[in-house]
Design a protein around this ligand. Sequence first.
Ligand SMILES: C[S@@+](CC[C@H](N)C(=O)[O-])C[C@H]1O[C@@H](n2cnc3c(N)ncnc32)[C@H](O)[C@@H]1O
Length: 391
Amino acid sequence: MTPSARVQAAIELLDAVIASARDGGPAADTLIARYFKERRYAGSRDRRAVRDHVYDAIRRAADRPESGRAAMLGLACEHPEIAHLFDGSAHGPAPVQPGEAAAAPGIIPGWIVPLLAGPVEQDALLGRAPVDLRVNRLKAAVEQVVPLLPDAAPIPGVPDALRLPEGAPVEKSGLWQQGLVEVQDAGSQLIAAVCEAKPGQTVMDLCAGAGGKTLALAAAMQGEGVLIAADTIRSRLGRLSPRAERAGATFIQTLLLDQGHEARALESLHGRADVVLVDAPCSGTGTWRRNPEARWRLTQARLDRLVQEQARILDFAAPLLASGGALVYATCALTDREGRDQVESFLQRHDGWIADTFALPLGRAHGPGWLLTPGHDGTDGFTFARLRRRP
Ligand SMILES: C[S@@+](CC[C@H](N)C(=O)[O-])C[C@H]1O[C@@H](n2cnc3c(N)ncnc32)[C@H](O)[C@@H]1O
């Protein structure tokens, strides 16, 4: 592909990303993979260059641009070498017309800025994310894995975590294929650690998705006890089984919940859990550095719906706890509505519940819970709290 054809390909992909963000379709990574599956003529250098254009244009625009061309023209405003490629050549983009619209630069959509938790360092939200690994204690000890990964550095305070540079191809390594390591942000690892799950306990991961944190809980439980991974989306839970097999965590039970009817399905488990993790659906504000186009998906109405859903999930989670058990609420969001305020309103609705105080190696106290941010902690952004009934 010529350099101009790469820019045109990025424009087409950005059109697809913009439409997908507007209509709730697949993520940019999925769209890019599909695009190149149908265009086998593109070599690996072409694919990398197009992908870089797409992500540079996404990162640069806080708000959803009107078109892929406007997004790329915005990038061209700061990169004359890209502007020159709007040359009308075969397979390349048409020359720029006088007064043509270019996407405005920005990091955070204006309406979200006042909603972010005060301490969040906004400039770091779109930084480059490293690749964090969790050594799977069901299969290996950190000391065994470290000599096999010369580029990996330990992450102080997160005992099973190792950090590799951005883009390290972990999933091609034998260590990953044999289940000795999992890719997991250090912040997610800390949340699983805060659950303090122990062998022999009954632990429920209520919003398990494909089981990232479930697998960390399984390792903490050393494969002993009852670990239930629940979610409302069958395909997500389906992705957990091969991962659990690879990790040697075959004791995990899955539970598919019916959206809106969860409380009834969970009734038989009331009062049984030592730990319930609610890793709630959220705005994903803390993971923008990995999914920068998530900024183009979020709307005020969607945020309102998420806040309501988080409260509803917390309310049907609370009765599951046995006496002395811990309800851990977490989101990868950095808005106070989804974090601090959500926990405070839970404590107001549920008489006799308290939030534990923490002394953790990463992060800061924020309201009744804890805050991790890319700028302060080098992790994805999270808010979490550990709640219990007062003894
Ligand atoms: C942040 S994701 C979970 C990520 C996962 N815990 C991990 O570490 O990989 C939130 C999950 O909540 C699920 N969810 C949404 N509404 C739910 C509900 N009412 N009950 C249970 N799970 C729900 C979503 O399908 C999604 O998989």
